[in-house]
Design a protein around this ligand. Structure first.
Ligand code: DON
Length: 569
């Protein structure tokens, strides 16, 4: 079984460094006159993704003259093929871009939207209780995909190559097939019965109706054709014509309420990313409809009020947890699609508000009961991430998802497209938790064409050391992963990228009132110290996340990449 990505080292002009399972740093040819040895040893571009075949697709596109945006399109499309349980054309994502020529930074919001006929009542029974499974399985669970629009938008507006060229590696992987890895096998075992109940999906993703072993050859010719159509016709090849018709038909046969106009009317939105300072670093991160960037800004600005040494001591962990408690409470109260809800973002991410909130943190004791309300702020095998930086300094951090493993389970007829279950990221009923145990309120209620709130947090961090590009899957735990990683980066005098993505994690999200800790990495003494401050600890059965990071040093422009070992075998 192959979970390694090999690139030929023969070309002296290309320096290749194996970092971990799915990352390769690639040095492009240096300018004439530069010493050859330097050319071989100073990688200028790097890609980190959750799968070596996807990373290789990105490098193929860089070698053909593509920039980071083309490479990201190639990686995202390849991930759609090789990690069909995590992301794909039937899903959405948030793409954070930095263009080197003019410094333009933008978030391409390709979040799925609720179909035009979606109402909260569709998901409630006669007694007003949420219908079990309605937002996670079948046609009602699927929101209108944004992923194909993101590919066409990023390639068309920012890329240097035709979309079809950047999609070619993914088309090949879909048509010729590839050997599934142990992660695929695990995802399929986890969802075997779910898939068995859905014949169309089972035919594609199971081996003779059973979860395959690693090494099984997965071919997706129908998906290859849909990708080709997208390359040839652009967005219209997906959102109109036979693909759109097949998707609407499949979703509605599975109990959904899609209309052709939902697809033809889908548009990505370009949004201004959030940008703020933390102890000498500039952080650029996801804007709404992600709650993650706001959480990062709030937490870091609260933590700046304390003498934090980092994230690892029980004292620091206590402060981090208390900050998370407050931001997840605010998330539930205020955050939702900014096109539908008035969110007091300016106030939430202000230093004044951070100071007020920080003042409610007792360095000695966990906050009991509910987190204090601000003076009403006034006003792992699912989802995936890719990070790319090219020789010119263009960057992409993109977190992509179909939500839960294998999404809604609805396969769009003969399109090969597996549809998301992103409707579960809405709040169906105030106070009722979703799959990530997130509670919310009116701001994140279901409404036609609205985007559900997300935790995806693609992020750039810049300081005197260089530029860090990163992100991760993990639902609500994305937020704490990013927070810990940014703190680890900001507090270290030099960069150990592998250590940042590998570091043990803890998480808190206000409700339930517990601190989840990974099973490894937190000794009994550490846990006891936190418990003595009044925190309830829950040791998770498994580790979480699959962080993908690249870093380019200010001095010399050397790029490196690191993949979370949790995503490996
Ligand atoms: O947008 C969100 O927040 C979720 N749909 C992401 C799901 C996710 O990260 C699942 N990963 N474990």
């Amino acid at each position: 079984m192959s979970f390694s990505s090999r690139v030929c080292l023969k070309d002296k002009k290309i320096g290749v460094h194996r970092r971990s399972s799915a990352t390769i740093a690639l040095g492009l040819t240096l300018l004439a006159g530069a010493p050859a040895a330097q050319a071989a040893e100073q990688p200028q571009a790097a890609i980190a993704s959750a799968h070596p075949l996807a990373t290789a697709a990105g490098h193929e596109i860089l070698k053909r003259g593509g920039n980071a945006f083309d490479a990201a399109v190639a990686v995202a499309a390849a991930l759609a093929v090789v990690e069909p349980y995590a992301s794909g054309l039937g899903g959405g994502g948030l793409w954070l871009l930095h263009r080197a020529t003019d410094g333009r930074q933008v978030m391409v919001d390709a979040r799925e939207t609720a179909p035009g006929k979606a109402t909260p009542e569709l998901y409630l029974d006669a007694a007003g209780r949420p219908v079990r499974g309605a937002t996670t399985q079948g046609g009602l669970a699927a929101a209108i995909p944004g992923a194909p629009a993101a590919l066409t938008h990023v390639a068309g507006r920012y890329g240097a190559l035709p979309l079809a060229e950047s999609l070619a590696p993914a088309v090949r992987l879909a048509r010729e097939g590839f050997q599934v890895d142990a992660r695929y096998a695990r995802a399929a075992v986890q969802r075997e019965r779910f898939l068995q109940a859905r014949a169309d999906a089972a035919r594609v993703f199971l081996d003779d109706n059973h979860a395959p072993r690693a090494g099984w050859h997965l071919r997706q010719p129908a998906l290859a054709q849909t990708l080709e159509r997208l390359g040839k016709d652009g967005g219209r090849g997906f959102y109109e014509g036979p693909v759109a018709a097949a998707l609407v038909d499949a979703v509605n046969r599975a109990g959904g309420v899609w209309q052709l106009s939902d697809l033809s009317g889908y548009r990505v939105a370009e949004r201004q990313p959030l940008r703020f300072q933390y102890r000498g670093t500039t952080v650029t991160t996801a804007a709404l409809p992600s709650a993650g960037g706001i959480a990062l800004a709030q937490c870091l600005q609260m933590l700046e009020r304390f003498e934090t040494a980092g994230t690892r001591s029980p004292r620091d962990a206590h402060l981090v947890v208390e900050a998370l408690r407050r931001v997840f409470r605010d998330r539930a109260a205020y955050l939702g699609d900014p096109d539908f809800t008035d969110v007091p973002v300016g106030r939430l991410v202000s230093r004044t508000y951070a100071a007020e909130q920080a003042a409610t943190i007792d360095p000695a004791t966990a906050t009991r009961g509910d987190a204090p309300a601000g003076t009403p702020a006034p006003g792992s095998v699912n989802t995936t991430h890719l990070s790319v930086i090219d020789a010119a300094g263009n960057r992409v951090a993109a977190t992509l998802t179909i939500n839960l493993t294998f999404g809604s389970g609805v396969l769009g007829g003969d399109t090969g497209v597996l549809l998301n279950n992103e409707m579960d990221d809405f709040t169906v009923l105030a106070g009722t938790p979703n799959a990530f145990r997130l509670r919310g309120g009116a701001a994140n209620a279901i409404a036609p064409r609205k985007r559900p709130l997300s935790s995806m947090t693609p992020t750039f961090v810049e300081d005197a050391k260089g530029v860090l590009v990163l992100g991760a899957p993990g639902g609500s735990r994305i937020v704490s992963q990013l927070l810990l990683a940014v703190l680890d980066y900001a507090h270290a005098p030099s960069v150990d990228l592998a250590a940042i993505v590998r570091a043990p994690r803890y998480h808190h999200q206000w409700w339930p009132d517990q601190v989840e800790v990974e099973p490894e990495g937190f000794p009994a003494q550490w846990r006891a110290a936190l418990e003595s401050k009044g925190h309830r600890l829950e040791i998770s059965r498994r580790q979480w996340g699959n962080m993908q990071a690249v870093f380019k040093a200010k001095a010399g422009g050397i790029a490196q990449a690191a993949s979370d070992p949790r995503g490996g075998e």
